[in-house]
Every structure is written in structure tokens, then in C-alpha cells.
Design a protein around this ligand. Structure first.
Ligand SMILES: Cc1ncc(COP(=O)(O)O)c(C=O)c1O
Length: 406
């Protein structure tokens, strides 16, 4: 029996959806690799990757295979029971990282919520009620729950909802002196994105992360890395912390970890994990067999020297061409980022106009992203074909040429 499919259009969005998003005018209906087709059969190249999620593009055979195989076996059992895909994926994550324990959940916000609650719980258990403060970075983004918008350093996301979670201090990113001044013995955690994603694709400086690690150790605080956007191969390393050689106590992963299937994980050590004893935290869907079977396929494909080296090589392809476009049309002051998380920073003349680039690219059949109003962001599949990169950048150049002429 098939489900009846009534015809729908973009205009229906405004009639039936909460208006918290403003999606593009077209509706994608199918994807293959780094190409997407809309309702009208128009073909687009995808440099947006579902905001750094579709790590293996669309309809990758390994993910489709894992999902359909699991769909015929077992979808969901809840955490009253464990399941094989969850245990296998947790083992793979433990083998591949600093972590000894894994908590599965469903989104980046939830992984961070778990991370922040764990940090506060550890401090509460070991040092008492006074040690609960969190130091985070201005311009950071950690999700949309009340705790995660409170830790996130962008008031536009946290203002207007009544009282915030207290005890959170925000300091300028990459400013070690400011961090030193903010961390005290009352700090339970320092929370950082190794590469600020939403905040403008801004990688941390090595000395900054090293300094943060040292400060945490000196003050019995935990170092939490939010790798929701930077993790799972996007930086050219399985996690960006591996590039820096600075190991956190807690790490949150989401987005790419499910390759497009909603899932997330909080990784930590055995010593810390034991503070989340039975009943202390949980979620119905976390570690769902469908999600974890896809997650297993993702890590199997991603965590190979070929794919990770490919990410670094593809970064160079993007960077060189974007710098050329930036110079020729006077639109970019800098092209930054790591691996396939790339930000082209707009020059003063174009500041605030990232959305115009998004729209112009769409007109040329190319999907890109912004990271705030001043940065054009690219977060394509990690296995995007070089030919698609070149063709997509040709389309991008046409978009920039038209935009700058207009
Ligand atoms: C660094 C970072 N943390 C957390 C989140 C929130 O993830 P989610 O939207 O899956 O809750 C995001 C999403 O953009 C992110 O980039």
C-alpha cells in the first residue's frame, strides 16, 4: 500500500509551517552525489551539504545499503534495550578517538546539552554547588535549546525568551588573555568550537586551544569541544582536535556523523562518564538502530587515509579558485577554514551581503551557504568529485560576475 501524495509547492510552506525558516524558492526532490534536482527537474550542484551534514553527498550506496538493510530488520527499541548497530558504532568511535564512552542522541543541540549537563554534574559531584560556571566564546553557536543558546555567544539567539541559564561568561574567540581572565576555580567547563562554524568559519589558533587546555587543568575545569560542524572528517582529520593535538574531556558530534540521518553523539572518558549514572540523563531515540547503522557506514567510509587526504586536496582546489575570484571581482578579503569547511570573507564593500551571493548562486544552479551576513560558506560532500567542484566554481564565478555587474 502506498501513501497518498498530495501535490505541494513552496507557497504551502507559509500556510502550514511555523515561520521560523525562510527556505529558498525551489523544493529539492532528489539527490545523487553532489547533484540535486528540484520539482521542475532543474539540476543544481550542492556545495551546501545540508549545512555540513551530507558528508558523503546524496544517496551514497554505502549509506543507502546500511539504511535499507537495517530498515528490514529493526527500527527502534528504546534504551530499555540496547542494540547491535549502537554498540558497533560506539566501539568504532572509541577506537578512533580519545573517548572511552559514548552517549548517543539526535541533534547537535542535544549532544551539547548532554556535554554541558555532564560538565556541571561532574563539578557538582566532585567540588560542590559553587562550581558551575561555564566560559564560552563570543560569536559561538551550540544549538537552540535554552541551555545551548545561553552558552552560545550570539544574543540574537538567546534574547527574548526570559531568564537564561546563569553562570555563563562569553569571551572573544582566539583571545587567550581574555580566557585567562575569565576562568576561575568556579569554572566547571570551557566550551569551544575548534573551528567556529556559524560564527564565520574561523579556525582556532593552536596556542589558544593549548592555553585553554592548560587553564582547564589548572582550575579542575573540563574542556568541551563542540565538533558538531568541524567533526567527522570535515577538517581533513576525523576530528579537528586531532589536527591541533589538543584533546578535550568531552566532545560533541552531530551533523556529518549521520551523513543526513538525524543523529549525534557526546564522547567522553570513562572517569567522567560515570557521573551520568542510570537515570541521570537520557533520550528516547538516542542510539536508534536505524541511525546507528547509517553512522557505522559513515565512519567506515570517512575514516580512511584516502578520504581524509582527499578532503585536504579538495580544500586547495576550492581555496585557489575562490581567492582568484575574490581578487578578480574584489569581493573577498580572505578565504579561510579547514578541509571542506570553507569561508570566503566579504570585503568591506560587500559586508552584510552574503545572502545576495546565496541568491545569485541559486540563479546559476548552485547551492551554497552563508555563515552570518559577512561570510560565504562552502560545506560540500567530502567525496565530491573534482569535476563537480570545478563546474560548481564556474557557476559561482558566473554568479559573482553578474552580482558585481548589477
Ligand atoms: C558548532 C555547532 N554546534 C551545535 C549546532 C546545533 O546542531 P543542531 O542544529 O543539530 O541542534 C550546530 C548547528 O549548526 C553547530 O554548528
Amino acid at each position: 500500500m502506498s501513501v497518498e501524495q498530495v501535490p505541494v509547492q513552496r507557497a504551502d510552506f507559509d500556510q502550514v509551517m511555523v515561520p521560523n525558516y525562510a527556505p529558498a524558492a525551489f523544493i529539492p526532490v532528489r539527490g545523487q552525489g553532489s547533484r540535486v534536482w528540484d520539482q521542475a527537474g532543474r539540476e543544481l550542484i550542492d556545495f551546501s551539504g545540508g549545512i555540513a551534514v551530507n558528508v558523503l553527498g546524496h544517496a551514497h550506496p554505502a549509506l543507502v545499503g546500511a539504511l535499507t538493510e537495517q530498515a528490514n530488520k529493526l527500527w527502534h527499541v528504546s534504551n530499555v534495550f540496547t542494540n547491535e548497530p549502537a554498540l558497533r558504532l560506539a566501539k568504532k568511535l572509541v577506537d578512533a578517538t580519545f573517548a572511552e564512552r559514548v552517549f548517543f542522541c539526535n541533534s547537535g543541540a542535544e549532544a551539547n546539552e548532554a556535554a554541558f549537563k555532564l560538565a556541571r554534574r561532574v563539578a557538582h559531584d566532585l567540588y560542590g554547588t559553587e562550581k558551575y560556571e561555564i566560559v564560552a566564546a563570543l560569536n559561538s553557536f551550540h544549538g537552540r535549546t535554552l541551555f545551548t543558546v545561553s552558552v552560545g555567544g550570539q544574543p540574537k539567539y538567546s534574547d527574548g525568551f526570559g531568564p537564561k541559564i546563569t553562570g555563563i561568561t562569553h569571551v572573544p574567540y582566539n583571545d587567550l588573555e581574555a580566557l585567562k581572565a575569565a576562568v576561575s576555580d568556579k569554572t566547571c567547563a570551557v566550551v569551544l568550537e575548534p573551528i567556529q562554524g556559524e560564527g564565520g568559519v574561523l579556525p582556532a589558533e593552536l596556542e589558544y586551544l593549548q592555553g585553554a587546555r592548560k587553564l582547564c587543568d589548572e582550575h579542575n575545569a573540563l574542556l568541551v569541544f563542540d565538533e558538531v560542524q568541524s567533526g567527522m572528517g570535515r577538517s581533513g582529520h576525523l576530528f579537528a582536535y586531532m589536527h591541533y593535538g589538543v584533546t578535550p574531556d568531552i566532545l560533541s558530534s552531530a551533523k556529518s556523523i549521520g551523513g543526513g540521518f538525524p543523529m549525534a553523539a557526546m564522547l567522553t572518558t570513562e572517569k567522567l562518564a560515570k557521573h551520568l549514572a542510570v537515570g541521570v540523563h537520557g533520550t528516547t531515540y538516542g542510539g536508534n538502530p536505524l541511525a546507528c547503522s547509517v553512522g557505522e557506514a559513515v565512519i567506515d567510509v570517512i575514516n580512511t587515509p584516502e578520504v581524509l587526504a582527499g578532503v585536504t586536496a579538495k580544500h586547495e582546489l576550492f581555496k585557489a579558485r575562490l581567492e582568484k575570484i575574490g581578487q578578480q571581482y574584489g569581493v573577498f578579503s580572505e578565504v579561510r577554514g579547514m578541509g571542506l569547511l570553507i569561508g570566503a570573507v566579504l570585503t568591506d564593500a560587500w559586508k552584510g551581503k552574503a545572502k545576495d551571493f546565496f541568491n545569485a548562486a541559486e540563479q546559476e544552479n548552485l547551492m551554497i551557504l552563508q555563515a552570518g551576513p559577512d561570510v560565504v560558506r562552502f560545506a560540500p560532500s567530502l567525496v565530491i568529485e573534482d569535476a563537480d567542484i570545478i563546474e560548481g566554481l564556474d557557476r559561482f564565478e558566473r554568479a559573482v560576475a553578474k552580482l558585481t555587474k548589477a
